[in-house]
Design a protein around this ligand. Sequence first.
Ligand code: HGY
Ligand code: MN
Ligand code: MN
Length: 429
Amino acid sequence: MGLAINISKHKNEGGTKLESCIERIKNDIENVTRITATPNMGCTRFSYSKEDSEVREYLIKEMKDLGLSIKVDGVGNIRAKYIDNNEGKPSIMMGSHIDTVANGGKFDGLTGVVTALEVIRVIKENNVKINNPIELIAFAEEEGSNFGSTMVGSKILTGAYKLEDLKKIKNDDGISAYQVMKDFGLDVDNVENEVLKKEEVKAMVELHVEQGGILDSEQISIGIVQAIVGMKTYKVKLKGVSNHAGSTPMYLRKDPMVGAAEIIIHMEKAAKEKALKDTVATVGKIHCQPNGSNVIPGQIEFNVDIRDVETEGMEIVARELISKTKEVAEKRGLEYKVDLIGESECVKLSSKIINIIEDTALENKYNFIKMNSGAVHDSAMLPGITDVGMIFVPSINGLSHCPQELTKFEDIKLGCDLLLKTVIKLANE
Ligand code: HGY
Ligand code: MN
Ligand code: MN
């Protein structure tokens, strides 16, 4: 494991005023983000990778130093509970995910985990009275970087995914999530016995960077999230006839690349002109076989990521995808397959939690707005089990899922202090 500058033993200098320690937050983020598969090209920390192991080792040590009771479930979610004479009562849960996209930013997911860790440090060192345990959860495989399906950790935790689903979803090498998790040393066969029960949790509050530009452009420190978009991810496979790029006349070709291009252009048109005002559609991943510049491709696979706060918006684009793929494949003599490989509903967050966060922001004179999230988050899987709220902190220039992702530590501290006060309120109401 890389050098870990260990200043996390600083006593919280917040004095009587309860507040988080920006140095400890910075230290955790720097120690974790130096562990990446792509040094100098952003954070690449896929779940179940070498980098993931190193980060888990670091975070679990920090959790043990706090005396938390730690459990890693069969899909790799880390659950760490601070219990203080309130054993058996439902937890106030906080946290986010520790995995990243390829060449991602330093703050997506991790910010929610280190601020939750810092909240527990402050509560413990100030002996704050809490009637409920405080639980930090670090979700696995939120990004879908391995298997194309987002929020696998929270879908398993909430029962939205079953063991069977882990055997179905596969990585680019055709290895199932089930096998990857087993090889990582997880007790994946046990996942269905670890589904979160309503009586285990009283509330969930996730802090996350906005990943959009509203807070930064309007110079606002805090976003209180009201709804999280729904999402559908499709995998499209087009099969044609691979052939020589030079000696094959144009009229004899069955070229899946050109077919894919027609469909991808149509996705943009469907989202812009046929769907609803907030509908978005993206093709960010494409795989060409055999991928030679002088070879007409034999097969093209690409994923289509469709989102909206309204289900209807997603369904319009999904219908366009299926009909356009059929039309293009028949016209060009291609075989085709369109599979839905992941989805999550648009969720409205708990008005109770939104009100508590808002009251706390008003009491502390934070400037805030209420807003929706265009990114999906593990919290989106929990409303069926508990009351859920989210706190956003600004992303500079709205950039995310790229090495340029940036959030000021002062803003993270402000968000962490709001999280701290919200959690204490929830643990004492
Ligand atoms: O894709 C998302 O919205 C999230 O970052 N996984
Ligand atoms: Mn995220
Ligand atoms: Mn993300």
